[in-house]
Design a protein around this ligand. Structure first.
Ligand code: NAP
Length: 842
């Protein structure tokens, strides 16, 4: 059994939310974070001027309405320290720290097909096993320093913006060289210029930037969006970028030029990149429309920068605006009017080397005291490729991605079962409001993990054909835009030797979400869901001992026995079980039933029990007794803390259908009326007793009978169809029950085959499942009744009945009753008991 359900690499926005989401779903999770604090990109990128270019009201979690109401952002665009404070607040508020391990870098993760689990290794030499491995390492984490000859000889300090010293850097009276004029360089430059003796900006490619118009949060504005936050978030989910911006909805080329200029000016004045670029529908797909916007922006540079020669160098001309990430700054271009700032064009005269005292270009030498690299990242795949990730057959992820990173839906790489990537290659990720995309991804992954668990699938993996089709779609959409025209990190052009592939999905956040939801609704279309892997661990050794013991005892199969022989055999077998735990009181009662007295036993674990459980033992309606099930019922009473009534209903063939079902229902009415005294009541049972519990719940609903808080069905008989796959898989003599045994039981209980279709015999055939009490279902893998249990859960879910399903991948039919013999019996009873206790306590 794996140490964890989910191991997460990284504790930035994605890892933090993953811990919360998985844990809230009842999964065990641990996030490993290389940093000494949480925050990911917001932990590492603490260079002066670091600021988010998505508005704070959008760049924040939406999963908790209370959180979004309580937290107040001080500015329209939050600065790095504030985002980091916010993330720490989230970790405090939701108590996430115990499941986050700081100062620990994931170095390797490898998939074990036999065990259906990942082994995740960390740089402290430790390793853990986990059923699922989730990468939350981010798209822009692996920073890159260009290999400049002589860098090691530089006499002064040098820094990369993404590893900025926590205590800051004092540039006063220093001559500083800055390499890189992307989003980061543009933010850090004015801050350095404000204090340094001189700043040399080494520019290879001029960049576009729109103003932020940043400012302190206006309380009226804040109150306004908070009043309607929920519906605003819904709009964001459906929007193109994950931020609901209003464009004109028209192409710029169809608009009178003066009108276009007016609209662009308005949006320029308002600030912000998304509303500006999103003003017209054709800007990112038509070069002529793009040129109009680009020229508008070049005009703004010309009117800002005093020296026309410097302005000319700052004009971006080599790529469409937006095709490289649009920068945002209120003060970058004006900075070049300062006397202590020099723009150095390294496109015409490239950098050649670093010397002890400065930088040499092809035509000059610049004397420098400090160097700052704002040279970006090995984006999308870089951080994950730094981990030695190995999938099926030990294939390294880096090898799979040698021609470019890929993943089905941008989440699941084929060949890497049970591995998911938050905002991976093929997802909208960097083309969206990352926080919103992270939430969507994490929730989708969580649901997939839960689905696998509920259906007993040990492994979930993307089919190569689905991955191919998805990535072909991603490429097709990308090449219908102008994005591939730029040498950007979007296509890996900033990393020498990296394959040039466009790997972000440009189809829009809303359509992407719809596609992911449709895949899930279709039972995870495009994924191979593998139950066999669960069976590869075969029958649990403790259960195998029981099966071996029964085989050694010999004797005919049940279906060759008379009912008396079968009862004697089951009674003898049950002697090996138990004893169960002590309870405060046990008393035998006779319940007045419609057809006469029904013997029953009431187990009270302690005075003041919060609820009552009516329990029906298994035994195919033919064998079994309250005595034979004494141990497991005692254990359930203790685990649930509730009074449990164990019912000795009438057996077949002496009493055929519906005798047992009638007794079961009469027992419920008695327990609810005479015993419960207002306390919540649940029905429960295993195997044929599970059938009686399900039928009792149906009848209680149909007859407006006692309200039920829960139905606990343990590998229940839900249908008379003996042709389901699991019946054929376990048609041998070596299991507790097989197909012919079940036919024998049905023949005794409901001799008339047509009557078996009655929903009170085969509850799966009930036309309507709505309005039934929540289902807690226990199933075993090595059990002919396995699939009818799953089918019952599916119908309940379809009818919106809450379902909690625990599937035991190495267990056999009957395991729940083998108290003291099987660890899984004790575990299953204590888990079911805990749920009953919680339900009873409301
Ligand atoms: P970047 O956009 O990749 O910019 C790197 C800069 O370094 C470019 O100007 C590049 O020039 C230059 N460069 C790289 N290697 C060089 C070399 N060998 N010689 C000379 N110049 C070299 O990296 P970034 O600015 O760190 O931004 C990366 C992404 O992070 C952004 O696009 C954005 O998504 C995100 N970010 C966001 C914010 C925000 O929210 N405001 C702030 C910072 C970063 P070329 O263009 O010629 O390659």
């Amino acid at each position: 059994m794996a140490d964890l359900d989910v191991a997460v690499a990284g504790a930035g926005f994605a890892g933090i939310y993953a811990v919360h989401a998985f844990r809230s779903a009842g999964l065990t999770v641990r996030a490993f974070e290389a940093g000494s604090g949480i925050g990911g990109t917001w932990f590492w990128n603490r260079y002066p001027g670091a600021r988010c270019d998505v508005e704070s009201k959008d760049y924040s979690y939406s999963f908790s309405p209370e959180l979004e109401q309580d937290w107040s952002w001080s500015e329209r665009y939050p600065a790095q320290p504030e985002v980091l404070r916010y993330l720490n607040h989230v970790a405090d508020r939701f108590g996430l720290w115990p499941d986050i391990q700081l100062n620990t870098r994931v170095t390797a993760a490898s998939w074990d097909t036999d065990q259906a689990e990942w082994t995740v290794t960390t740089d402290d030499g430790a390793s853990v096993t986990a059923r699922f491995f989730v990468s939350a390492v981010g798209c822009l984490s692996a920073y890159q320093v260009p290999s400049l000859p002589g860098l090691e000889t530089f006499a002064g300090p040098w820094y990369h913006t993404s590893r900025w010293p926590a205590g800051g850097v004092d540039f006063t009276r220093l001559r500083v060289g800055l390499i890189g004029t992307g989003s980061t360089g543009i933010q850090v430059a004015p801050e350095i210029a404000a204090v340094a003796e001189h700043l040399y900006v080494f520019q290879r490619t001029a960049n576009f930037a729109v103003p932020n118009r940043n400012g302190a949060t206006d309380p009226a504005w804040e109150a306004g969006f908070k009043a309607d936050y929920r519906s605003y978030r819904k709009q964001a989910q459906k929007s193109f970028l994950g931020v609901p911006i209003a464009g004109t909805g028209r192409p710029a080329l169809a608009e009178p030029p003066a009108e276009v200029q007016r609209t662009l000016t308005e949006r320029w004045q308002a600030g912000g990149g998304m509303p500006f670029l999103g003003a017209y529908t054709d800007v990112l797909v038509d070069r002529d429309a793009n040129d109009i916007v680009a020229e508008f922006m070049r005009d703004r540079i010309r009117e800002t920068v005093a020296d026309p020669a410097v302005a000319e160098l700052l004009l971006p001309r080599t790529y469409p605006v937006g095709a490289k990430r649009l920068c945002q700054s209120d003060d970058y271009f004006a900075m070049f009017n300062r006397p202590n700032v020099t723009l150095v064009d390294i496109r015409s005269a490239p950098l050649t080397s670093v010397l002890a005292r400065g930088l040499r270009t092809a035509d000059a030498f610049y004397e420098l005291d400090a160097l700052v690299f704002a040279t970006g990242f090995d984006a999308i795949s870089g951080a994950l490729n730094q981990i030695d990730v190995r999938g099926v057959g030990g294939v390294p992820l880096a090898e799979k991605w040698s021609a470019g990173p890929r993943a089905y839906l941008g989440v699941a790489p084929a060949g890497f079962p049970n591995m998911f990537i938050v905002t991976g290659p093929g997802s909208p990720s960097v083309f969206s409001n990352m926080v919103l995309s992270i939430e969507q991804h994490v929730e989708w992954i969580r649901d997939c993990v839960l689905y696998a668990g509920a259906h007993g699938y040990a492994a979930v993996q993307a089919k190569p054909s689905a991955e191919d089709a998805w990535m072909a779609h991603v490429t097709e959409v990308a090449y219908s835009t102008l994005f591939p025209l730029a040498d950007s990190w979007y296509v890996g052009a900033n990393i020498p030797g990296k394959p040039r592939v466009f790997t972000s999905y440009l189809g829009g956040v809303g359509p992407y979400r719809a596609r992911c939801d449709a895949v899930a609704a279709a039972g995870y279309e495009g994924f191979a869901l593998d139950r066999r892997l669960a069976m590869s661990s075969s029958v649990h050794p403790q259960a195998q001992l029981i099966l071996d013991g029964m085989a050694a005892a010999g004797g005919p199969p049940i279906w060759e026995m008379t009912p008396e022989q079968a009862r004697a055999m089951v009674t003898a077998n049950n002697e090996h079980i138990g004893p169960g735990p002590d309870v405060a009181s046990v008393r035998d009662v006779v319940i007045p039933g419609q057809a006469g007295g029904i013997p029953a036993r009431v187990y009270s674990p302690a005075p003041g029990a919060p609820g009552v459980v009516v329990y029906y033992h298994g035994g195919g309606w033919v064998v079994g007794s309250v005595d034979g099930w004494d141990a497991s019922v005692r254990a359930l009473a203790v685990a649930s803390g509730c009074d449990v009534v164990s019912v000795d209903y009438r057996l077949a063939p002496e009493h055929v259908f519906p005798a047992a079902a009638d007794d079961a229902y009469d027992a419920l009415e008695w327990a609810a009326g005479e015993l419960a005294d207002g306390r919540p009541v649940a029905v429960a049972g295993d195997s044929a007793g599970g059938n009686l519990a399900a039928v009792t719940a149906l009848r209680a609903r149909d007859l407006d009978g006692p309200a039920l808080a829960l139905q606990l069905l343990v590998y229940p008989v839900t249908d008379c169809d003996l042709d389901r796959t699991s019946y054929h898989e376990y048609d041998g003599a070596e299991f507790i029950v097989n197909r012919r045994d079940m036919a024998w039981y049905w023949d005794h209980y409901v001799p008339e085959p047509a009557a078996r279709m009655n929903p009170y015999a085969s509850p799966l055939r009930a036309p309507d499942m709505s309005g039934l009490p929540p289902l807690y279902l226990v199933t075993a893998e090595h059990d002919p009744l396995r699939d009818e249990g799953f089918a019952y859960a599916d119908r309940m879910r379809a009818a919106r009945v809450p379902v909690e399903h625990r599937h035991y991948g190495s267990q056999i039919h009957g395991f729940f009753s083998f108290v003291n013999l099987l660890d899984d019996a004790d575990k299953a009873i204590s888990e079911a008991g805990a749920t009953i206790r919680a339900v009873a306590k409301g």
